[in-house]
Design a protein around this ligand. Structure first.
Ligand SMILES: *[C@@H]1O[C@H](CO)[C@@H](O)[C@H](O)[C@H]1NC(C)=O
Ligand SMILES: *[C@@H]1O[C@H](CO)[C@@H](O)[C@H](O)[C@H]1NC(C)=O
Ligand SMILES: *[C@@H]1O[C@H](CO)[C@@H](O)[C@H](O)[C@H]1NC(C)=O
Ligand SMILES: *[C@@H]1O[C@H](CO)[C@@H](O)[C@H](O)[C@H]1NC(C)=O
Ligand SMILES: *[C@@H]1O[C@H](CO)[C@@H](O)[C@H](O)[C@H]1NC(C)=O
Length: 380
């Protein structure tokens, strides 16, 4: 029989990678407040309409002079042609999401979820489960989906209409008119931070992640409330830490970055993009740094670059233990609610699994008192 520990990690690893384990010995939550220095921000006019007036960003023709340009795929060529483009018109905005700049400090945890226009079912289930806007433990959780556009012509219009309807009902979408592709995720991130500086600069903490994760947002609140001496006004960036890696140079990979895009063979430490937690302070630092760092189209690495430039780093903060494990598949009936009850985040959940798990861990009758050994050995 496998050890308890192995079994525990097996479950975690089987589902993907990101596992932040909530420390049992964290302090009881205390009431916290934030006071981020946003002088610059506060002086800006409260008028978002200028964002609609950006002229269309032109292709950088000179990029085609880069050596080996013609050997690169259309995707990569596009990166080089459009890398300098950082402003796109907003199609859907939420200027009042945080109640305005001054009230934004009342948002304790802002859930910032990257979602492409097609992922209607994922957004719907998140609205009903871990991303529900609510007060938990005395503090506010708010939700935002970040999206671009997909398809062209009639299909694009149809998807935009869908998002518009969702917006009418749920008021939780920021949409910009750029093509929502994997290599444009960094752009999405930067556009969000720009929006945040304008509309929600004092949110204390953010969860930044994908729409296919299971995030135990109740635990996140408890964890963030337990941070000693950080009410969101100090550095925090924590998640699944990745170090000592560099660009993947094989053209077949989803993460392919040729030397024409980045010459350096190494990436700074960063947190896997499935989901990570950061303070409002750190989000604003990253935004300021991003202004002078050319876009690298791998969003989570880019965040690491911004942190490095600020002399900050991603970390496992005191009170969080993290571990990533990759093991072969496990059948869905082995999803153990008692296990997920203690986690902060697990990657790659389907909408029905999210719905089921979220409800199971809320169940007051869920009995997690029997030891792991007991329950797990029954299954082995
Ligand atoms: C947040 O923490 C900072 C530094 O620890 C402190 O100066 C500030 O007063 C706190 N903000 C509030 C609103 O409590
Ligand atoms: C916002 O600014 C634009 C352009 O300067 C102006 O046309 C518009 O009337 C302003 N809107 C509000 C609500 O102040
Ligand atoms: C590309 O480089 C060639 C030779 O240096 C130069 O003549 C040409 O103007 C460049 N093209 C662009 C679009 O910059
Ligand atoms: C256009 O691409 C060239 C070659 O990579 C680069 O040197 C230049 O800075 C780019 N221009 C802009 C506006 O980004
Ligand atoms: C990013 O979006 C822009 C605007 O829609 C588009 O022109 C560009 O091709 C996209 N870039 C990539 C790498 O998909």
């Amino acid at each position: 029989m496998r050890s308890i520990k192995a079994r525990f990690f097996f479950l975690a690893g089987a589902l993907g990678l990101l596992v932040l384990h909530l420390s049992k010995d964290s302090d009881p939550p205390k009431s916290v407040q934030t006071n981020i220095n946003v002088k610059e921000v506060n002086n800006k006019p409260q008028n978002n309409s200028y964002i609609f007036s950006w002229s269309k960003c032109q292709q950088n023709i000179t990029a085609s002079n880069i050596s080996g340009f013609t050997t690169l795929s259309q995707n990569i060529q596009d990166i080089l042609y459009y890398r300098h483009c950082r402003h796109f018109p907003m199609l859907l905005d939420l200027p009042e999401k945080c109640g305005g700049v001054s009230k934004s400090e009342e948002v304790f945890l802002l859930l910032v979820i990257k979602s492409s226009p097609h992922n209607y079912d994922r957004r719907e289930v998140l609205r009903k489960t871990w991303a529900k806007e609510r007060r938990h433990n005395g503090v506010w959780i708010r939700r935002i989906f970040l999206t671009g556009t997909s398809e062209t012509g009639y299909k694009k219009k149809k998807l935009n209409k869908l998002l518009e309807l969702e917006q009418q009902e749920s008021s939780d979408i920021l949409q910009w008119d750029f093509s929502d592709t994997f290599y444009n995720l960094t752009l999405k991130q930067i556009l969000f931070l720009e929006w945040m500086e304008r509309n929600c600069p004092n949110a204390r903490f953010l969860f930044n992640g994908d729409d296919d994760v299971f995030a135990n947002t109740n635990n996140m609140v408890v964890y963030l409330q337990s941070l000693k001496g950080n009410n969101g006004s100090k550095h925090l960036f924590t998640g699944h830490l990745i170090t000592n890696v560099g660009p993947i140079r094989s053209a077949g990979s989803k993460y392919f970055i040729p030397v024409q895009v980045q010459e350096s063979e190494s990436y700074p430490p960063y947190c896997g993009g499935g989901g990570f937690l950061l303070s409002g302070f750190t989000a604003m630092v990253i935004y300021r740094m991003s202004k002078s760092i050319p876009i690298l189209p791998i969003d989570d690495v880019y965040m690491g670059m911004c942190l490095a430039k600020a002399g900050l780093g991603p970390s496992f903060h005191m009170g969080v233990r993290t571990a990533g494990f990759q093991i072969a598949a496990v059948t869905p009936d082995e999803y153990d609610p008692c296990f997920y009850k203690e986690l902060l985040l697990v990657h790659r959940f389907l909408p029905d699994q999210i719905y089921l798990m979220w409800n199971q861990i809320q169940d007051p009758n869920l009995d997690c008192s029997s030891s792991r050994t007991q329950r797990h050995s029954n299954k082995l």
